[in-house]
Design a protein around this ligand. Structure first.
Ligand code: AMP
Ligand code: ZN
Length: 115
């Protein structure tokens, strides 16, 4: 999508520190890390928000979780633990309107909002 920041990262117009890439998914370091490890995992298909996923997107979302676990294993924090966050819409605090999964790790992540 033309004016989407993350689509520009996917097509290389904006640089990023890539952590993982395949034909459907890209993972790169967040520019303003909220933890020692803060990675964004995104579908290459432009989906603006979790609120607007379609039935066809089920598979890619499942695959994103598999990729998250692969990154956790490769970067050796799978055993210690991690947190995955999806901000959705205005009240959810979503700023970039291209579906993304925040993967946070590398320290005890502090206060839980739920649980
Ligand atoms: P959200 O608030 O859930 O929409 O998250 C957007 C995230 O994108 C924030 O954590 C930003 O720090 C991150 N971000 C914004 N621009 C870039 C960029 N050029 N490269 C990497 N991460 C970015
Ligand atoms: Zn996009």
């Amino acid at each position: 999508m033309k004016d989407c920041l993350f689509c520009k990262i996917i097509n290389g117009d904006i640089p990023s520190e890539k952590v993982y890439e395949d034909e459907e998914i890209l993972a790169f370091k967040d520019i303003q890390p909220a933890a020692p490890i803060h990675i964004l995992v995104i579908p290459k298909k432009h989906i603006d928000s979790l609120a607007n996923i379609e039935e066809d997107d089920e598979k890619i979302i499942g695959k994103i979780y598999m990729v998250i676990n692969k990154i956790a294993e490769d970067q050796q924090f799978k055993d210690k633990g991690y947190r995955v966050i999806v901000n959705c819409g205005k009240d959810g605090g979503q700023e970039v309107m291209h579906l993304h999964f925040h993967l946070l790790a590398g320290k005890p992540l502090g206060e839980k909002i739920v649980g």
